[in-house]
Design a protein. Structure first.
Lengths: 405, 289, 321
């Protein structure tokens, strides 16, 4: 080798050295008094859950853009601080801490994974920050892990399970088997569903949990079929959901039993196509929900993105509307003013009336059972609302993640 | 379902899973055998295969073209990487390869996200195998039977290629003693580029074949690399037959284990590996390390 | 080696002075760098000095973190005792891990360490009553205890505590590698068969180094839990094992200080790049490839090489071929 590599080496050193040592991370950003309303969003933009994080990002960005055109909130422009966490709680805590300590940002949303949210909520009091969840499903966040500065604008996991149970009450399916992902959400939802089925005197035959990241569902499908149940209840998400649906269709599982699922998203319907047609389940949000606010939102979305909004785009939009109403009512963004303003706040949202109840800060809202159908004008199957359940029935009792009746 | 039908279904389930695992492991073990490097980018290339396959299948309207072309394209990417970068590193220790293939994995993963977006994409099974076959009265996906057949055909083809062809002879000789092959006037570097390309192409083939089961998705890259390592290490690093045995063992243990003891699903593969390595530290068919 | 020592001392002085000049978030980041640096350095004992490549060092980190998190949540022990106990616990468990893993060598050794890490991951996932399952342990306090150690629980105090752990561990490791024990480790690295023929039971030495490396990795984890306030399965995920190995190599293995710098480099680069572009992983990957090609000795190699060249400007620069 000649001397040449040394020059390249110098370039590597200079480049990476400059990137790491560049002084800005070591300084504190100056807070603009009375300036922008900063909303921090640590999101899983890349990694296995990147798809969800990107939805949340798009939902918030469209809201901020349109609201800023109207002059912002209280005459102050909205600034979104969006950072990638890759879905790792350690990164999420660090990025959120940076938002608070460096940028003096005291409003948080996004936070894609429940494991990230559970790591963040104990710090909210110390940070004097309000966090309004737009997608965290873990029942614990409004039960045993509840903290006063946390609010949940979205439909939780147990609420999704409840919607499916309420649907089963109408449909006459006599026996069930359940398949859930082997983590808190899966166990919690399957438990709620099992309790409900026992109350409804439906035969609950059994349940099985698969680790996240399972690629081959053949043995689980065989187990479900072997159970002889009339219906199977699924608590799956993301790639696991796609893999299961694609493989279940290949085994023609739907010809043997009814398939009910806790969560129906467009992104999954696109990924598995016809394999999802006929599936029934709860949708936390669907663009087909029939409310005036939703019609308006879908039109705005189409104008911007030339497509229809997906679950977490709608959920994030609703969450931003909660922020807007709360901040307007409070007349500011300080946590001790905003918290009481958010409590018992009611807004008219894409899903209809949403009440942020005071007792556990859960957004009390309607539940939607949808069926996946093919429709003209769409190159993928879409969720069609088949039943709407009133908020009193879908929301659990205060600080609970299970239901009593 | 009768007990016999259940057993048969489970056996074919396990065989189809083993076939997918075999495609994953065989490329990794070939590369290790020749180059003594652990390719951390193997999972990323597997994923790249699935996404390239998606685009080709859409463009040509047929799965079969994707199945042929995607491995060639990804294999070319692999060979180019060997020519451009790995080639300069053969005198360095293992950590250099670890770092450079880790870097490649990051680059490929991110490039896929930039090109195809963050969402999972549908790759339907080919029309010919989209139906079911009845095994003792129970419907079974024809595509999975195709996977079993494809796995068997590839295993025999690779074995024959290693045994009977000149390239196979060179590969075996290089894995035994690279210096001697070099001394015989053969360009060992060319063998290395070729094998690295073939290994990457096999990963991509696995990706295309898996796509109708799991869709083309971003999680493919991170989750499969560990599976591939485990299969290869159980069979014995660098042993072709070992990767086949490793894939079969892992496939059967997972399918039957997850059926009867689903609570241990996370642990089966590792308990199996632990057991094998404690008894035979070099893997089942590996040289005693 | 006078120059590196002076450099190191100046660096320590800067770290001690840091809380007086840096804003809040910079201190948060610096504390995390210190903890991660300790984690990477602990792995260097195995990778750099004994050539025991591990794909499962995350087991040490996770064990330490869960142990200290559990004790801080469920007992009334003060922070320093919890950290010491978690460290010892990790070290003791590591004796067993080391005993099994050293049955094999090379890649098989690495895969056995991975197997243990993955089994721990599965246990953390399933043993919900102790580990919190997939939710993990959250709201972990920094408890002062009855002995008036309140200083440790403040942000700055905790930073100094972590820094003291790092410097103490560094000095310990340096003593260790300079001792006859360290000489045997290097013997194993260069030629294990020869070391055996000299009459050393190399397996015992390997088990010992695994136990020490895990204990120090456990110390890093035991500090991380009260620092971040949580411990969950992500701290046992295999990807972190790969990342810490990258930190060691990028920093310069077999130097102790290199991996500390490597960890800082890794974390800062990820943090900065990811807030500039969503495609940060692309540049991250390219930088690693660049490192392999143009900086084979890692960051510490670059730094000392630069200093050496300044010292002897007339001497020919030796390059590897």
């Amino acid at each position: 080798m000649t001397i040449r590599p040394r020059l390249t080496r110098r370039a590597v050193v200079a480049g990476t050295g400059a990137a790491v040592a560049s002084p800005w991370v070591w300084t504190s950003a100056r807070a603009q008094a009375g300036g922008m309303i900063k909303i921090g969003m640590p999101l899983a933009l890349t990694g296995p859950l990147g798809s969800v994080g990107q939805q949340q990002k798009r939902g918030a960005e469209l809201y901020a853009k349109l609201q800023n055109e109207k002059g912002g909130i209280l005459g102050r422009k909205i600034e979104l601080l969006i950072e990638d966490t890759v879905g790792n709680p350690a990164t999420c805590v660090r990025k959120a801490q940076e938002m608070v300590e460096r940028y003096d940002c005291r409003l948080l949303t996004g936070i894609t994974l429940s494991s990230e949210a559970l790591a963040i909520v104990p710090k909210l009091a110390e940070w004097n920050a309000i966090f309004i969840s737009s997608d965290n499903g873990d029942g614990r966040l409004t039960a045993e892990s509840f903290v006063p500065n946390f609010f949940r604008a979205n439909t939780s996991g147990p609420m999704g399970a409840r919607v499916v149970s309420l649907y089963v009450k109408q449909a006459k399916i006599k026996s069930f088997f359940a398949l859930g992902l082997d983590y808190a959400w899966g166990h919690n939802s399957v438990q709620v569903f099992e309790d409900e089925m026992k109350r409804l005197k439906v035969n609950f035959i059994g349940k099985v949990f698969a680790p996240t990241g399972t690629k081959d569902y053949s043995t689980y499908i065989t187990k479900i079929r072997q159970s002889g149940a009339e219906g199977v209840y699924l608590v799956l998400a993301g790639d696991d959901n796609n893999a299961f649906l694609a493989q279940a269709a290949q085994y023609q599982l739907a010809s043997k039993m009814a398939m009910l699922t806790e969560q129906i998203e467009l992104v999954a319907l696109r990924a598995v196509g016809d394999a999802s047609v006929g599936l029934i389940g709860s949708a936390r949000y669907a663009f087909t929900i029939d409310t005036p606010a939703n019609k308006e939102f879908v039109e705005l979305w189409k104008a911007e993105h030339k497509t229809v909004p997906d679950t977490f785009e709608g959920e994030q939009w609703q969450c931003m509307k909660v922020f807007e109403a709360g901040i307007t009512k409070a007349g500011g963004i300080e946590a001790d003013k905003l918290r009481p303003a958010l409590e018992d706040l009611t807004i008219e949202s894409v899903k209809g009336k949403v009440l942020m109840r005071k007792c556990d800060h859960q957004g009390v809202q309607k539940g939607f059972a949808v069926k996946v159908v093919k429709k003209e004008g769409f190159d993928h199957p879409i969720p069609e609302v088949i039943s709407t359940f009133p908020a009193e029935q879908t929301t659990p009792p205060c600080n609970k993640m299970t239901y009593e009746d | 379902m009768s007990t016999l039908a259940l057993l048969l279904t489970q056996v074919v389930n396990a065989l189809s899973q083993s076939a997918l695992l075999f495609f994953l492991g065989v490329g990794l073990t070939l590369i290790f055998g020749i180059m003594r490097i652990v390719n951390f980018a193997h999972g990323a290339l597997y994923m790249l295969g699935a996404f390239v396959g998606y685009s080709l299948a859409h463009w040509a309207g047929t799965f079969w073209l994707a199945l042929v072309l995607a491995p060639l394209i990804v294999g070319a990417v692999g060979a180019a990487f060997e020519l451009g970068i790995l080639r300069r590193l053969y005198r360095r220790d293992a950590s250099a390869f670890l770092l450079v293939t880790f870097g490649l994995a990051l680059v490929v993963t991110e490039a896929v996200r930039l090109i195809w977006g963050p969402d999972a994409l549908q790759v339907p099974a080919p029309k010919l195998f989209s139906g079911v076959v009845f095994l003792l009265g129970e419907p079974f996906p024809a595509y999975r039977l195709f996977l079993v057949a494809a796995g068997a055909v590839m295993a025999i083809a690779i074995w024959q290629a290693l045994e009977r062809t000149r390239l196979g002879l060179l590969i075996r000789a290089t894995s035994q003693n690279a210096e001697m092959v070099h001394a015989l006037g053969i360009d060992v570097n060319l063998v290395r580029s070729g094998v690295f390309g073939i290994g990457c192409g096999l990963a991509a083939l696995g990706g295309v074949l898996a796509a109708p089961l799991v869709t083309a998705s971003h999680a493919m890259a991170s989750t499969v690399i560990i599976d591939a390592f485990v299969i290869v290490i159980i069979g014995g690093m660098g042993s072709f037959a070992g990767s086949l045995i490793g894939a079969l063992l892992v496939g059967f243990v997972q399918v039957f284990g997850n059926y009867y003891l689903p609570d241990f699903a996370l642990a089966f593969m590792y308990l199996l590996m632990l057991l094998v390595l404690v008894v035979r530290p070099g893997g089942l068919l590996g040289k005693e390390a | 080696m006078r120059w590196p020592r002076a450099l190191g001392l100046a660096f320590v002085a800067l770290l001690i002075a840091a809380p007086f000049g840096l804003p809040a978030f910079a201190m948060t980041l610096l504390t995390e760098l210190v903890i991660l640096g300790l984690f990477a350095m602990s792995l260097d004992l195995m990778v750099g000095y004994t050539r025991l490549i591990s794909f499962g060092h995350v087991a040490a980190y996770g064990l330490g973190a869960y142990a200290s998190g559990y004790m801080l949540l469920n007992t009334s022990l003060p922070l320093p005792f919890v950290v010491i106990l978690a460290t010892l616990l990790t070290g003791v468990i590591a004796i067993g891990v080391g005993w099994v893993c050293t049955l094999a060598t090379g890649v098989s050794f690495a895969m056995l360490t991975l197997a243990f890490a993955q089994l721990l991951y599965a246990i953390a996932f399933k043993w919900t009553s102790v580990t919190g399952g997939s939710d993990g342990l959250a709201g972990i306090p920094r408890r002062a205890g009855p002995m008036g150690l309140t200083l440790l629980t403040t942000k700055t105090g905790f930073y100094y505590f972590a820094l003291a752990c790092l410097i103490g561990s560094f000095l310990l490791c340096r003593k260790l590698v300079a001792s006859p024990f360290g000489a045997v480790l290097r013997g194993i690295r260069e030629n294990e068969a020869k070391t055996v023929s000299l009459g050393f039971n190399t397996r015992l030495y390997k088990i010992a180094v695994v136990a020490i490396a895990y204990a120090l990795g456990g110390l890093a984890g035991a500090l991380y839990a009260p620092f971040a306030g949580f411990a969950n399965t992500e701290l046992l995920f295999w990807l972190l094992s790969g990342q810490v190995l990258i930190m060691v190599i990028v920093g310069g293995s077999g130097t102790l200080i290199g991996p500390i710098l490597g960890a800082a480099f890794f974390l800062l680069l990820e943090h900065q790049l990811s807030s500039v572009t969503e495609a940060w992983a692309l540049f991250f990957g390219l930088i690693f490839i660049g490192f392999v090609l143009f900086a084979p000795e890692g960051i510490w190699g670059l730094a000392t090489g630069w200093v050496k060249r300044r010292e002897k400007p007339l001497a020919k620069v030796r390059l590897r071929d």
